[in-house]
Design a protein. Structure first.
Length: 541
């Protein structure tokens, strides 16, 4: 049973409500409340269900609030206890995925064309193996760390499928966030240009990447989408990147909206942090369907030293990772300078560009080349702490004038989706003078489609200063240089997946702020998401 200190008021309120509706006497109702409060809390922590013992199973069934039919508020399936909603998502997702893999669509003539895109090599060509899977199956997972060529591979797959099709295929490219969509779009464009195929084939591959919510036709504030089982998406192929970020409900709604015969290709790093919300869909799918999963194992553009460091973390070889860190290598090392002074010096470059009247795109590139990533939002060395201290020191050095909320040079992150403004949670903007408005302050954003939009600061109700951001918020992004800041003592959020995700945001240079005790203990801890999805798919498939 969970420590009661971790339970929220919502957990208690929900458990009391169900207990009042149950058929249990007072003493047993109290025990039932504790079980339901634990379940409610587990869901808020990302688990889709909890395991309960025989005695608790009997009690839950006696309450009249649970069975295995999915018609009551609680579902008890074997020893797993679910809220009905998440049990329903698991069942729908498992059934749809197994339907997808049952519809194999092998294509003749692949061997005659594939060598054009994947020349013969002496070693194993993991990208070619992934392409063969995707051509012959309607469902494919391509996983691998940064720089292993997931985007390169999928562009070649799309070109292959177009060449082998008797008519042009309708293709959609999507990602869970605006930042991830923008990164994928940049990479897709670069890779199309280097394809060996004809110009006609290149022209049939889309370059625009949209968010999953836009793909499905979000209808806020409703949880429903325009596209669903009764109104399926019109695409022949759908490619989704950064799947580790996608939670159980959203993935369920995506696969439920596929038309018959659609190929679904999922890209992501299975070792990254799981979604912020419920589930660990990518990890569960790779466990359940290894024959439909291809891992890319060779790194092409990632710094070799950062890769070695990330591998040691991912494999929980904490002492090897620490030894690499204290070797003081130019690409991976502990920060020796004063934390705030180091960050302020790094931010001076983009602030000078703004002062010189440079275009937003240049200022944004300069700001985006370096990022501070924190494990926590509050406390010492947290996002709130560092943003406050950096702002104060920038003001003291007269690099900014922050007497008001909005000032020239203020970097901000959107914290809530705003479809009206076409801004989404995680989008980054910079407040700076607008030459077209006589120097009036505007907030500029680079959108996923490559366009620049500007807004009056007063229109941005949900945003925060972002000299530092959480590691969770950095998913889907890459930076030339990263400063990864961990708290001074252990915290429940610290896990090896968190550090691995932060480390792999850096392309060229990585600095850490941590101590040995916290670093070693963090790598020893793993994220454990309790779910029935993998077992459910194995049972059906």
């Amino acid at each position: 049973m969970q420590d009661e200190i971790s339970l929220s008021r919502l957990d208690y309120a929900f458990s009391r409500f169900l207990a009042q509706k149950s058929d249990l006497e007072t003493n047993k109702a109290k025990q039932f409340r504790a079980i339901i409060a634990e379940l409610s809390n587990a869901v808020s922590q990302g688990h889709s269900c909890i395991a309960i013992n025989k005695e608790d199973q009997s009690l839950v069934l006696a309450s009249g609030m649970a069975d295995d039919s999915g018609k009551l508020p609680i579902v008890l399936e074997n020893n797993k206890l679910y809220l009905q909603r998440y049990w329903g998502y698991e069942c729908k997702l498992a059934n749809k995925i197994t339907t997808l893999i049952a519809n194999e669509r092998s294509i003749d003539g692949v061997d005659n064309i594939i060598a054009q895109y994947f020349p013969v090599k002496d070693d194993v060509d993991w990208q070619k193996e992934a392409a063969l899977r995707a051509v012959n199956d309607t469902f494919t997972i391509i996983t691998g760390g940064p720089g292993t060529g997931k985007t390169t591979t999928v562009v070649k797959i799309l070109a292959l499928l177009q060449e082998l099709s008797v008519q042009p295929l309708n293709i959609a490219l999507a990602a869970p966030t605006g930042k991830a969509a923008m990164r994928l779009q940049e990479s897709i464009g670069q890779n199309i240009a280097s394809l060996p195929g004809s110009q006609w084939i290149k022209n049939t591959i889309p370059v625009q990447v949209i968010t999953l919510h836009r793909l499905l036709g979000a209808r806020p504030p409703s949880p429903y989408f325009k596209y669903n089982k009764d109104n399926p998406l019109p695409y022949d192929i759908i490619v989704v990147d950064e799947v580790s970020m996608i939670d159980l409900p959203l993935m369920c709604k995506l696969v439920n909206a596929l038309k018959k015969g659609t190929r679904l290709i999922l890209l992501g790093d299975k070792d990254q942090l799981a979604s912020v919300e419920t589930g660990s869909v990518l990890a569960d799918l790779t466990i359940a369907l290894p024959e439909y999963t291809q891992e890319l194992k060779k790194t092409y553009r990632f710094s070799e030293h950062i890769k070695t460091f990330a591998d040691a973390i991912n494999q929980q070889r904490e002492r090897d990772a620490w030894e690499l860190l204290i070797q003081n290598h130019a690409q991976v090392l502990l920060l020796k300078e004063d934390l705030i002074e180091f960050i302020v010096n790094k931010q001076a470059a983009y602030l000078q560009l703004i002062s010189d009247g440079a275009e937003f795109s240049h200022c944004f590139d300069a700001f985006n080349s370096f990022q501070v990533l924190c494990a926590t939002r509050q406390g010492v060395n947290s996002v709130a702490d560092i943003n406050l201290r950096v702002t104060q020191q920038l003001k003291e050095r007269k690099l900014i004038q922050s007497s008001r909320l909005w000032y020239s040079g203020r970097p901000v992150m959107v914290t809530q989706n705003d479809p009206v403004l076409r801004l989404y949670n995680g989008d980054i903007g910079i407040c700076m003078p607008d030459a077209e408005s006589d120097g009036k302050l505007m907030v500029f954003f680079l959108l996923p489609d490559g366009t620049i939009r500007k807004y009056m600061p007063a229109r941005l109700s949900y945003c925060e200063t972002v000299f530092a951001m959480t590691i969770h918020k950095s998913q889907g992004s890459e930076f030339n240089e990263v400063l990864l800041v961990l708290p001074e003592s252990m915290n429940p959020v610290l896990t090896k997946e968190l550090i691995y995700t932060g480390v792999t945001r850096a392309k060229e240079f990585l600095k850490l702020v941590t101590n040995k005790v916290v670093f070693l203990e963090t790598i020893q801890r793993r994220v454990e998401r309790y779910s029935g999805l993998a077992d459910r798919i194995k049972k059906i498939a």
